[in-house]
Write a protein that binds this ligand. Structure first.
Ligand SMILES: Cc1ncc(COP(=O)(O)O)c(C=O)c1O
Length: 411
């Protein structure tokens, strides 16, 4: 009102034509949108009635994406469709205007995410599997009397007393911690500690294998199952390519892009190649349980194995940062084309960031770096620590490394 008055006093009453709002991105509940539209239209009508030449109403962005497919007002979903959104916006503006006897405005929308999210899929190559299942037992000398803590753990493993799963888990944790304390106080040698740890994991794996896959489970046991799944290591950085998952816990659809006729038999989380312990995806869409801490994936073979992260076209690449110095990923621009045999063609391939580009952004200039290395190589050659040819080979290797990608390059 103060702004309207100021403009009026300055003889600029015709300067206000538009009411614009933006209530935030990924609005999961249609009620939030309806309420905002009604409120903004009231502003619009009142200003129009006060004699301002209003004719535009801009409803901003906020139109969501149903990332998890649940059609609910859960954060990673939306309880409406694009058609419902359009109808509700138009209807509510019209009814408020009719009630106020004000002509309807032209409507502008600024939907960003809803338009661009489906345009991009991030493809990850899984190149390694870290398995909690493979804890090799240490070679304990045979015939020696076992420590009491080992006997207790072995007893727990056999479970002759038919204790419940939770009870056995608690016993195992207590015995493992006892072994740690005894070791720290010098009453347990390294081998026995390793044996205790190995038995602890054996018990955990057994408990998890006996747990039903679905239905209610005690939270501690669910957490145990989550901590035992395999890690599939992928050639990417979550901080560069999926920031909203790390920062906001937003869920994205993740699935293998091939081997769809094979049953996925490995429960896994996805970890990236940054050295940050947060560099992982360990929350997945699960419509029955709301969220799952692992994803069923296929076993790895000698063939490459690829996962797709879908609907990542809004905000992820733009907000992605260079934490741990992983820069932009390579992009392929794929266009659908009926005339092509496969129904598509690749219009352009844009290479990802090179080491030198990322280093330059942190003020390390390629030229200076190469000069410093050359200086050291010259000094080493002069003092006969390396031969000149070897020195040149090292320098060439260093320079060619700067031209390479920050990500791993597989044959
Ligand atoms: C003013 C404004 N309009 C539109 C948008 C796009 O929002 P969305 O991607 O949620 O549609 C934004 C995003 O922040 C914004 O700030």
């Amino acid at each position: 009102m103060a702004a309207a008055r100021t403009l009026e006093e300055a003889g600029m009453k015709d300067a206000i034509k538009l009411v614009h709002f933006h209530i935030g991105s990924q609005v999961p509940n249609i009620h939030t949108i309806k309420n905002a539209v009604i409120e903004a239209t009231r502003y619009y009508c009142d200003l129009k009635k006060k004699g301002f030449p209003m004719d535009l109403l801009d409803v901003g962005g906020g139109l969501g994406i149903d990332y998890d497919g649940s059609r609910t007002n859960f954060d990673s979903s939306m309880n409406y469709t694009m058609a419902v959104y359009a109808r509700d916006v138009v209807f509510n503006i019209q009814s408020v205007c009719q009630q106020a006897e004000v002509p309807v405005p032209d409507i502008i929308s600024e939907s960003g995410r809803a338009i661009v999210a489906p345009h991009s899929v991030l493809i990850l190559e899984v190149f390694n599997r870290i398995s909690q299942r493979e804890h090799p037992a240490p070679n304990m000398p045979k015939g020696e009397k076992k420590h009491k803590v080992i006997e207790d753990l072995e007893y727990s493993l056999i479970n002759e007393s038919n204790f419940t799963t939770l009870e056995r888990y608690h016993d195992a944790v207590q015995k493992r911690d006892e072994a740690y304390s005894l070791f720290n106080l010098g009453y347990l040698d390294l081998e026995t500690r390793a044996e205790a740890e190995s038995l602890y994991w054996k018990i955990c794996r057994k408990l998890v294998s006996e747990m039903p896959k679905k239905g209610y489970q005690h939270e501690e046991l669910l957490h145990l199952r989550g901590s035992l799944v395999d890690q599939y290591v992928c050639n990417f950085s979550i901080f560069q390519s999926l920031l909203d998952h790390w920062a906001l816990g937003q869920l994205f659809p993740v699935a293998p892009i091939h081997r769809h006729n094979e049953e996925p038999t490995v429960d896994a989380v996805i970890v990236d190649i940054t050295c940050d312990s947060d560099g992982k995806i360990s929350k997945f869409i699960d419509l029955e349980e709301e969220m799952s801490e692992y994803l069923p994936l296929h076993t790895l073979t000698d063939e490459p194995y690829y996962l797709g992260i879908f609907l990542s076209g809004a905000y992820q690449d733009i907000m992605g940062d260079m934490h741990n110095l992983f820069g932009k990923v390579p992009e392929a621009h794929v266009f659908l084309e009926e005339d092509e045999e496969d129904g598509f063609y690749i219009e352009e391939i844009i290479p990802g960031a090179k080491n030198k580009q990322v280093l330059e952004l942190t003020q390390y200039h390629t030229h200076d770096l190469a000069r410093m290395v050359k200086k050291q190589i010259d000094a080493a050659t002069k003092s006969d620590r390396i031969r000149p040819r070897e020195g040149m080979r090292l320098l060439n290797f260093y320079q060619s490394t700067l031209e390479k990608s920050m990500y791993l390059e597989f044959e």
